[in-house]
Design a protein around this ligand. Structure first.
Ligand SMILES: C[S@@+](CC[C@H](N)C(=O)[O-])C[C@H]1O[C@@H](n2cnc3c(N)ncnc32)[C@H](O)[C@@H]1O
Length: 210
């Protein structure tokens, strides 16, 4: 990806993945901690009954369930089968589905979503440019894209203190959105529960190639 080396927004691109017992423990913890960010995503996108969401890196589906609760239909996509299984077990709606896939290869037809979001997951994408090309492909004209990450002060801080984005990293990601053909890309900061969250929003005017 092309962002400045000090602003790379996918610092977990080579994460070992959420498999086995580690994946199960992480997935269960995501079940209980992600409500405030999911509500923030729903508020920022204004998701409602006319929308179909693709949640990229959905984990066990907290934000899929919030979207469905607001009347939308939703497809959660994640490479980790343990996350998809947990999501399927705890989601009680015919308007929700879960598919195995990655940001770089979304298992969705062109122009099939009105909203795409990726919550605390862009930092795991292996190829940000390819992921954004896929976002543009699957969004309908006028579709809304949102990415959120926890706000951190120092990207080089060890452990959890360095786990998220600084504002320069969010701004670098917004620039990458524009390079990918999305428009009106903006970074902004918000509170969700006890966390400070950075959000990047953008619009797709037309699918790739049109
Ligand atoms: C920190 S979790 C966030 C899960 C969920 N979005 C939430 O907010 O609870 C990051 C998720 O990204 C997924 N992930 C990892 N690599 C990915 C990729 N290349 N494309 C999409 N998702 C990916 C992981 O499996 C994991 O479920």
């Amino acid at each position: 990806m092309e962002a400045h080396s000090h602003s790379v927004p996918n610092h977990h691109a080579h994460h070992r993945g959420f498999h086995g017992a580690f994946g199960l423990v992480a997935g269960v913890s995501f079940l209980f901690r992600r409500g405030p960010v999911a509500e923030l995503a729903a508020d920022l996108t204004g998701i409602g009954p006319d929308d179909h969401l693709v949640d990229i890196g959905c984990g066990p589906g907290a934000a899929v369930r919030v979207a469905v609760g607001r009347g939308a239909s939703a497809t959660g996509v994640d490479p980790a089968t343990v996350m998809l299984r947990l999501g399927s077990i705890v989601t009680r709606s015919r308007r929700a589905s879960y598919l195995e896939g990655t940001a770089e290869s979304l298992p969705m037809p062109d122009a099939s979503a009105t909203v795409a979001w990726s919550l605390s997951a862009v930092h795991h994408w292996r190829d940000v440019d390819q992921g954004l090309a896929e976002v543009r492909r699957v969004l309908e004209p006028g579709g809304r894209f949102l990415a959120t990450e926890r706000q951190i002060r120092d990207a080089s801080a060890p452990g959890r203190a360095g786990h998220g984005w600084t504002m320069p990293q969010a701004e670098a990601f917004a620039s990458l959105c524009e390079s990918a053909g999305l428009v009106d890309a903006k970074a902004s900061s918000h509170s969700a529960g006890n966390s400070s969250i950075l959000a990047v929003t953008a619009i797709s005017l037309a699918p790739r190639g049109t």
